[in-house]
Write a protein that binds this ligand. Structure first.
Ligand SMILES: [Fe+2]
Length: 162
């Protein structure tokens, strides 16, 4: 998932808004070398900012140390000469989006403004409740992998009449 912006001199700047680049916390990068390789590939594609969005999994990884892990990741990036800005974020499961307190959601947000929500197999009702709760927490919801949202997938399969 990428977003594009123009910088002050009119050059296109790309931001990868969803990347499992932090090693060892989810099914993304397996080790720091793989993280660095992901960074090299991104830089080759013209991306200059990556939002590190590891899966947050209740009972396994709540992302409390994301900023520490990101600091550790910045060192090899700087040493390699890669000009990639690494920004903390998280991919937050729907259940947590619907129930977590504002402080936790803020801590998992992207810049205190956006929350990347994992849609996967949620129902439309769960999605609506989660979006409502996220909005009440002062954040803009962003849907990760909307193509995996089962309700939308079924709608497409049935021509919008399911
Ligand atoms: Fe993801």
């Amino acid at each position: 998932m990428t977003a594009a912006l123009d910088n002050e001199v009119g050059q296109m700047q790309f931001i990868d808004t969803h990347c499992h680049i932090i090693a060892g916390v989810d099914d993304g990068a397996a080790n720091p070398a793989e993280s660095l390789e992901m960074g090299r590939i991104a830089a080759g594609d013209g991306i200059n900012t990556i939002v590190a969005t590891p899966h947050v999994v209740e009972g396994y990884y709540l992302g409390e140390d994301r900023k520490v892990r990101l600091s550790e990741l910045r060192r090899p990036f700087l040493g390699s000469g890669l000009e990639i800005n690494l920004v903390p974020g998280a991919e937050v499961p729907m259940s947590l989006c619907a129930s977590a307190d504002e402080a936790l959601l803020q801590s998992l947000s992207i810049g205190g403004r956006y929350l990347l929500m994992e849609t996967s197999e949620a129902s439309l009702d769960q999605l609506a409740k989660s979006i409502y709760h996220v909005k009440l927490s002062g954040l803009y919801p962003v849907l990760a992998h909307p193509e995996r949202f089962s309700f939308a997938r079924d709608q497409c399969r049935h021509g919008g009449s399911a």
